[in-house]
Design a protein around this ligand. Structure first.
Ligand SMILES: O=C[C@H](O)[C@H](O)COP(=O)(O)O
Ligand SMILES: C=C(OP(=O)(O)O)C(=O)O
Ligand SMILES: [Mn+2]
Length: 448
């Protein structure tokens, strides 16, 4: 069991390292109270589940599995509803079924969910019509409304984020083990998707999957045994005032686990070698990720691995590259070569979202579906040329019918973005764009 709170000496030794992107909490007493509350709460995930996920990520590092990580850029308390959670899980399951067929290996299903409540920002402040307030940093910190009150960091939000995360993961566990994930349902949903004229291009692949399912049934495959799926929860380990109190000692091994989620990652803005975030993830035994932009210095990679994965254990470290469609072919090879030279056992995942963000003419933060596809294509091509393994993808998506990213079969235009732009941070693929991406990536995988 992972219920014993980690003593501060196991989390911090020596001088405190600088932690980028932390809120300035206005009230020390309230912060202390919130941290104590979190430290007294049960873990959200268990150490044994994190170990299982490490095995799955290790399989992906060898090409024996493919990872799909996806969910909101920023979860919000108000949107942690049953319908929204169900639709996001449904989208991920539909995508996973298509990718499984393309890859011919199991898909490791991971939600950017149940903890994705804190955001790093480019600027500490936001100005609208001449009025400036602190930037929105995620529901774990402040509120998206644009007023001084709403934007004031409130430590009680750390505790609310814990409760929202437990409620979310509870429902996800119910859906994924209670019959909702039944492959036969998922396949029917996908048949519905390709039967619309806009998605006819994917009909052939869906027909092939249909044939494969009939073949399996004829061979006596036990579909009832496939009604449950493994599903893991991941988020960016950004707010150390949330992650540290949820870090616990595993009584089986005496090792530390961050029990706020199965998989945690450190983002592009907080991956400094002498910073608090890499120090934190180097102490916990979860599978962990680090985002790498096109600016990543190959010389940095070995130092990073020495810090986070000194034993070079498969499944421990995942590089989530987010370089941009225009840069991936130039910037990715050097980083992979540096890692390989330093004995890397890491899993490589492509985040085709964060290097492709721009402001549209009408003023929306958006991404073009074609750039997203192009970055994944570049990621595959580079790995194939180097003989390394493209192990998965990491996307921002929702199960809803939003209009936040341009393009896709529905041909969303700049003028359409205003119709249903609901993200409080980065633009997400909508349900159909997510599925369309899965069909295209399945084709890329099937070419192996
Ligand atoms: O999700 C990622 C970052 O938090 C986000 O891209 C930062 O966006 P900003 O440049 O609007 O602060
Ligand atoms: C902040 C994010 O990404 P990155 O650190 O890669 O910019 C994110 O995943 O939302
Ligand atoms: Mn984002």
């Amino acid at each position: 069991m992972t219920t014993t709170a980690a003593p501060m000496s196991m989390l911090l030794d020596g001088p405190a390292r600088p932690a980028a992107q932390q809120p300035v909490w206005p009230d020390d007493g309230a912060l202390k109270g919130a941290i104590e509350t979190l430290a007294s709460m049960p873990p959200i995930v268990f150490a044994g589940e994190c170990d299982l996920m490490r095995q799955r990520m290790a399989a992906a590092s060898r090409g024996e599995a493919f990872v799909l990580q996806g969910g909101d850029c920023a979860e919000t308390f108000v949107n942690a509803t049953a319908d929204n959670i169900r639709d996001r899980v449904k989208t991920l399951l539909q995508m996973a079924a298509v990718l499984t067929y393309g890859a011919s290996v199991p898909v490791v299903k991971v939600g950017r969910m149940a903890g994705q409540y804190a955001k790093p920002r480019s600027s500490d402040t936001e100005t609208r019509a001449g009025v400036t307030h602190p930037a929105y940093r995620g529901d774990m910190v402040n509120d998206y409304d644009f007023s001084a009150d709403a934007r004031r960091p409130d430590p009680q939000r750390l505790v609310r984020a814990y409760h929202a995360s437990t409620a979310t993961l509870n429902l996800v566990r119910a859906f994924t083990t209670g019959g909702y994930a039944d492959l036969r349902h998922v396949h029917e949903w996908n048949k519905g998707f390709v039967s619309t004229p806009a998605n006819a291009a994917y009909e052939r692949l869906a027909r092939d999957i249909d044939k494969a399912m009939k073949f399996m049934a004829a061979c006596g495959a036990d579909f009832d045994a496939m009604r449950q799926v493994e599903f893991f929860a991941a988020h960016e380990a950004l707010l150390l005032d949330y992650e540290r109190p949820l870090t616990r000692i595993d009584s089986r091994t005496g090792k530390l686990y961050d029990t706020s989620g199965h998989f945690i990652w450190v983002g592009e803005r907080t991956r400094q070698l002498d910073g608090a975030h890499l120090d934190f993830i180097s102490r916990v035994h979860n599978p962990v990720g680090v985002k790498l932009s096109a600016k990543s210095d190959p010389a940095y990679i070995e130092q990073l691995m020495d810090l986070v994965d000194p034993e070079r254990e498969p499944g421990r470290l995942t590089f989530i590259t987010r370089m941009g469609a225009a840069q991936v072919r130039d910037a990715l090879p050097g980083v992979i070569e540096a890692a390989t030279k330093a004995g890397s056992a890491a899993t490589w995942i492509c985040d085709p979202m964060h290097g492709n963000t721009f402001e549209s003419a009408s003023g929306f933060k958006t991404r073009d579906f074609d750039d997203i596809v192009e970055e994944v294509r570049g990621f595959f091509d580079v790995h194939r040329a180097l003989g390394t393994v493209p192990g998965g993808m990491h996307v921002e998506l929702t199960g809803n019918d939003v209009t936040e990213c341009l393009g896709g079969a529905e041909k969303i235009l700049d003028a359409d973005l205003a119709q249903r732009y609901e993200s409080v941070c980065d633009p997400r693929l909508n349900h159909r764009q997510g599925l369309e991406l899965a069909f295209l990536v399945a084709e890329m995988l099937a070419r192996d």
